[in-house]
Every structure is written in C-alpha cells, then in structure tokens.
Design a protein around this ligand. Sequence first.
Ligand SMILES: Nc1ncnc2c1ncn2[C@@H]1O[C@H](COP(=O)(O)OP(=O)(O)OP(=O)(O)O)[C@@H](O)[C@H]1O
Length: 447
Amino acid sequence: MKREGAKSTWPVETDTGLSLRSRKISVECIRGPLAGKVFERPGPEVRVGSGTDCDLVIPDRTVSHVHLSLRIEGDAIRVLDTKSRNGTYVDDVRIKDAYARPNATIVLGASAIRLRMLKDEIELPLPDRDHFAGLIGKSIAMRRVYALLERFADADGTVLLEGETGTGKEVAAAAIHAKSKRKDRPFVVFDCSAVPANLIESELFGHVAGAFTGAVSARKGRFREAENGTLFLDEIGELPLELQPKLLRALEARVIRPLGAEKDWQVDVRIIAATNRDLAIEVDKDRFREDLYYRLAVLPVRLPPLRERVEDIPLLVRHFEKEWRDRPNPPAPLPDAILEKMKSMPWPGNVRELRNRVELMLSLGLPDTTRPAQSTSETSPARVEVDIQVPYHVGRERLVEQYTKGYFLEALRRTDGNVSRAAQLADVGRAFVQKVMKQHGLTRTGQ
Ligand SMILES: Nc1ncnc2c1ncn2[C@@H]1O[C@H](COP(=O)(O)OP(=O)(O)OP(=O)(O)O)[C@@H](O)[C@H]1O
C-alpha cells in the first residue's frame, strides 16, 4: 500500500476549483456497554480502547487501555492490535494486523463493533484573491492552497505542510494560526534541524532544574510556551527516531513530561508540522515512525514550487519592491522585460531565492538576470546595519538570513567544508547546515 493513499483527507483538483475528499470510519457497537450506539470518527487513525485518551472510548474492563488502532488506507480499513490483553478478532480470526472487509465484526474483550467506511466530498470554491495573510500569489495553484488553508484554519486538527525549500511553509503555518481561533495566543516555531539531536527533547518538552549536567535552571520548553496556541515544527523529518514516541504521545494523549519531572503536563497546543522530504518514503525506509506519520498527516497541504506557478513571479517581485518604496532614494522598479525573463529562469530556492535576487538587483541598481539564479550565493555577507526605511520584520529577517549565510560560509571555510564539524562548531544539527547550504547555494569549499 502506497502511504500517499493513506491520507484520509485529500484535495482533488476539479474543473471549477477544488474539492476536498475525506473518509471517516463509522463504528457501530453491537456488544458491550455501548451496544446500539454508532460513532463516526475521522481518520487517518482511530484508536479504540478503555483509556480516556483514545479516539473511541469503550468503558469495558475486558478492553485494554489502547486495545486496537483502525487506519484508513485507500478504500480499506486496517485493524492493528496494539498489544491488547485479550486479543483482537476480525470475523472470528485472531489478528495482529489485518484489513477488514466492509461491515466486518471486530471482537475486543467482551465488546464487539462493526466497521464501515463513510466517504465525504466538499466543494471548495477557489477564493478570488491574490494573497492570503503573508502568502502572495494569484495562480490557480496558490488559490487552491488558500482554499485549503482557510478550511483547515478553522478545523484545529494537525496540519502537515509539504513542499520544497523556500516555498513558504513557515509563512503558510503563520497564516493558518492568524486565521484560527487561537490567533491571540502564541505562535511558536521550532526547527527540528536547528538543534543538536541530544538537546531537542529539553527544547521541546522542557526540563526541571538539575535534570542533567548544565541544566542549572528549569526550562519551560516549546510545548508549554505554545500553550493554547500553535506550535510549528519545521523539518519534522529530522526529529530523531527515539524522540518520535514522545511527540506521538503529545499528539495522542495531549500530555508531555519535561526531562527529570515526575509528573505529566496536560497541553492544549495545535501542531503544524512541515517537511521538504517525502515523509511517506521516510516511513518506508524506517526512518520515520508510521504511527506518527498517521497522526501528523491529518490535514495535508502541499506548497507548490515556483516553477509550477511562474505567472506569480511579477506579482511577487512587485511585492518585494514595495518594501523599498519608502526609502529616500527608492530604486526604479525593475522593467517588465526582466520580470518576463525571470519566468523562464530556474529557481531551486523558490520564493526565498527570488526575494534575495530582487533585493540584490535593487541594491546594486543593476538588473542583471543573465547570471544563473544560484549566483546570489556569490554576494558577500552584508555588514550589520539598521535600515529604518524598511519594515522591522523585513529588515530583521533579512539580517538573520545574511548572518546565517555569513556564519556558515565562515564555518565551512574553517572546517575545510566538513559539514559535521561545521555543525559542531555552530552547535546545531548537521541537517541544519545542509539546509542553510541549500538555501544559500553554499558549497563545501565555502562559496
Ligand atoms: N507565497 C509567498 N508569498 C510571499 N513570500 C513568500 C511566499 N513564499 C515564500 N515567501 C518568502 O520566502 C522566504 C522563505 O519562506 P519560508 O521560510 O516560509 O519557506 P519554507 O518553505 O519554510 O522554507 P524552508 O523549507 O527552507 O524552511 C520568506 O522570506 C518568505 O517571506
């Protein structure tokens, strides 16, 4: 089974726009304390057991805390026994992992349930707009993204943003938060690739004072900082395998335990995760837990690369130019002919690269589009200077990017291009160095 087909909610492009298809599982209780009741639960995974943290709670002492898990895979429902005491039977056969036929009867302890798949399809009209919060673009591809983001902002479920580097995943996460009912609560960002693996647990879940050598004072951790708000987990594919069960627990049971603490903390946090890898492939290669993937891929959104929406390039360029408009000597706008030419250039760094490129051309006053797009990496890191004419967040982001680029140029130079040593020097993960190299077109020779 290809795991793409495992998603229980997925967009389908139609002539008039977009429709959102979703599948739910209908569980009819036919024996036990809930006999006669019918429940509907959305996928991709439904955990059934007597524990109150299950998606369907059966208050039966013969049913284990988490007894079994139901997964939507294409048109089938997969039943997985989760090490239950009394076993799981599908149509009288004891199973560990099986696909259930429609209306199959599942026996768990003294209770029995019958399963059915429910299909749902909602038309999502494409919004007639050229931006959505901080995202700019009026192509059909982007309007499809807006339709999904609008819908998912209200849903409060876990969102998985997939897309190449620089396609706006973080901007999209901020947009979902800004349009959601949590908008007045914190939006906390955590890049799983930016912190060495051994520090991620305390960064995410916090620690008590003295939990480990060097833990002089307690740390709250990102989950608790994001309480009642949204936690954006960037580069989720980099989360070490040994920490994945802890994130799974936070998603399923909504509890976390800080390092060294003796009790759990209840947390109310919406998770938005992002990746530029294909997580389904990571699962197949045993580098990412399948159960965590199912918990994350509840509401999937793919951000299109720039090459699939080149018609947005002029709009994006004009948008980036506006940030320079209020300067004492604003540079002349780039000629339309250059914008046209940009449409046929490769943009491996996507919108980030386009923005850097526009800034470079405006600052040099030389609209030079003859060099390959990657050549922005040839510019030297800028001096730290405040430009009060540029909006604060733009200037700050620009500075951080320039600093990051300059830092890793130097780190790679000093370590003779050794990524692991550069990561050690910077006290970040290897994956973060690789990401910065990709974002800024840096090579191991420090260019
Ligand atoms: N659709 C868009 N409209 C306006 N700006 C955008 C858009 N997409 C990306 N950007 C800009 O491009 C830069 C990179 O965006 P962002 O960090 O959200 O990308 P990302 O997909 O999260 O990248 P990475 O995977 O490398 O972390 C930011 O400066 C952002 O403002």
